[in-house]
Design a protein around this ligand. Structure first.
Ligand code: HEM
Length: 560
């Protein structure tokens, strides 16, 4: 691979590659992962003053009671034992932390989500064998990579993302007259994988079907690894460390190679074009210039030394880690959003009305900008706008600006996260003994789990009817779907809060907007399973399909 990338500064020692950490979550939520692990009998190492919730007669863990009614179980625990209590759940002994105290877990570096995932799965050995550089126990690099290369460019990425999401939807689902789709995740996964591949690897690489296959499938291979054995979690971690620390046995190695093989010729061609433009420029052609492609691959290569990458394989390893964090999480939640549209059909028309109002407003604003330029003689005729940012053909596109103005859609999405998010999740390991502000101590090595129920189903924080799905709950409030805070935890909070949430929410809002503009009706195939799907956990298989009906024969079903 040498020669494709600029001179490297050599391999950095890799201590712990926490950049891969997001996968622990991204994969399918800590709950999904940990539930696959079996019970640890380590007991609690927390302060003895922390109450332990007694088991129901006949139960050996709290899992059954929790699964039967998580809200009921956790309300009872909080009422009887207060905001901090021990229970045996999701395969381990954990201390649940509730309400205002959750911020003390998220904001204290002595609580680590990545340590907890590694304790349970041995994931760090696995990730170390996928990438070669950048050992970063606090995962600041992955944050930085997303913060500097993806989030600020989101408005520029948006047209490509929307275009791909729409064309694949048209291609795979198209015009429907009560068409049953047993597994809509497959369609949405392809939509999201294609959009993410375009953003991460660039349009040329993303044309390769093998790359799309890697983007949509690598998470499943990864899940198989984490599923591991059904023995003790610690054995599971031990086994994974031994097996997947070996590069050749690590299935991610194959996916990295797919990316490298597809990227190499594209990078060479980009280099050739750049050199050609430079040569022309030097020969006096002042118009000749090379337009740098806008994608994460190019950004990483341009910052090769800054990020201390080793070679192209290393760059692709890092990209693969981002894929594991992003594609399945976004596909799963976007699919779930369609089930909410089906379960609450009364939302479809208000959402479509809002969409039309926003697009009308955008059209008027853009028309005014065009007219201003005409009045100032900056352009000769309306035809001059063709192919520019102000092209009238783009007036009704779902631009980043238009999506931002869709406040009902935003509230709908945030309410889905509030309503659905797993009630107990995000296990953190205490790196040191920590005293919480209520005076209780969490001992070094103890596992703490976040009681999301105490936040998302809390009337003081969320308003009334917390057990109901109220789509417009957040309209008119300064609480948008990306705002990670003490009253909204689907993306965590504090310095480790998911840095990809801006991209994820924008894709979710786009999928929702496409669905309501193209389909007048979405029904759940088996209504008896509708509620179960709404409350499914990230990564759960879908219990039933969806039936789609297009908005009449004039519906826009293909991109001409
Ligand atoms: C609906 C989709 C998503 C959900 C629900 C989600 C959720 C989360 C959560 C709960 C965390 C842990 C936060 C904490 O420890 O406090 C996290 C971390 C992370 N996520 Fe996401 N995420 C999503 C999409 C994405 C996307 C699209 C990307 C990449 C573009 C991404 C990249 C990351 C990274 C790098 C971290 C690690 C942050 C750290 O440890 O400092 N996520 N995510």
């Amino acid at each position: 691979m040498l020669g494709l990338v600029s001179n490297s500064s050599g391999t950095l020692p890799v201590d712990v590659l926490k950049a891969a950490l997001p996968i622990g979550l991204g994969l399918a939520s800590a709950a999904f992962l940990t539930l696959k692990l079996s019970h640890s009998s380590n007991g609690f190492s927390s302060d003895k003053s922390i109450p332990t919730v007694p088991l129901r007669p006949g139960d050996t863990t709290h899992d059954a009671e929790y699964r039967e009614g998580p809200d009921l179980f956790l309300s009872r625990c909080e009422q009887e034992f207060g905001p901090v209590f021990n229970c045996y759940i999701q395969g381990q002994s954990v201390t649940a932390v509730s309400g205002r105290l959750v911020r003390e877990v998220f904001l204290n570096d002595n609580f680590s989500f990545s340590d907890a995932i590694d304790d349970m799965t041995g994931i760090r050995a696995f990730t170390q064998s996928v990438v070669k550089s950048n050992g970063d126990p606090d995962n600041t690099l992955a944050h930085e990579m997303i913060r500097d290369n993806i989030s600020p460019n989101l408005p520029l990425f948006t047209p490509r993302i929307v275009d791909l999401l729409e064309s694949i939807l048209d291609n795979k689902l198209g015009y429907c007259e009560a068409k049953l789709v047993k597994n809509p995740l497959l369609i949405i996964q392809e939509m999201v994988a294609s959009a993410m591949a375009n953003v991460f690897m660039g349009p040329e690489v993303a044309k390769d079907p093998k790359v799309i296959e890697t983007f949509s499938q690598c998470t499943y291979d990864f899940a198989k690894i984490l599923e591991g054995t059904r023995t003790k979690a610690s054995w599971n971690a031990f086994f994974n460390r031994r097996k997947y620390g070996n590069k050749m046995l690590n299935p991610m190695h194959h996916h990295v190679q797919v990316l490298v093989t597809a990227a190499a010729p594209v990078i060479l061609e980009r280099r050739r074009q750049e050199a050609e433009a430079l040569a022309k420029h030097e020969a006096g052609d002042t118009m000749a210039h090379y337009e740098r492609p806008l994608d994460v691959l190019q950004k990483f290569l341009d910052n090769f030394d800054k990020y201390h990458f080793v070679d192209l394989e290393d760059v692709c390893g890092h990209i693969l880690m981002l894929v594991l964090a992003s594609v399945h999480t976004t596909s799963d939640t976007s699919t779930n959003l369609c089930y909410y549209l089906a379960a609450f059909p009364e939302c479809m028309e208000p959402l479509l009305e809002e969409q039309n109002e926003v697009l009308d407003q955008m059209t008027q604003e853009r028309e005014k900008l065009r007219q201003d330029q005409m009045d100032k003689d900056e352009v000769q005729s309306m035809d001059d706008f063709k192919g520019t940012d102000l092209d009238p053909a783009k007036d009704r596109e779902f631009s980043a600006q238009a999506l931002k103005k869709m406040v009902k859609m935003d509230s709908f999405v945030r309410e889905i996260f509030r309503y659905r998010t797993e009630r107990l999740s995000l296990v953190h390991t205490a790196r040191k003994r920590v005293m919480l502000s209520n005076g209780m101590y969490i001992s070094e090595g103890a596992k703490v789990i976040i009681n999301n129920h105490s936040v998302h189903q809390n009337m003081e924080m969320q308003g009334e009817d917390v057990s109901d799905f109220r789509p417009w709950r957040f309209v008119g409030k300064t609480k948008n779907a990306t705002k990670a805070a003490t009253d909204y935890l689907p993306f965590g909070m504090g310095k480790h809060a998911c840095p990809g949430r801006f991209l994820a929410i924008q894709q979710l809002k786009t999928v929702g907007s496409l669905m309501i503009s193209k389909y007048s009706k979405i029904d759940v195939q088996d209504k008896s399973k509708a509620k179960a799907v709404l409350l499914s956990r990230l990564g759960d298989p879908l219990a039933t399909g969806l039936i789609f009906t297009s908005r009449g024969s004039n519906a826009k079903t293909s991109k001409e």
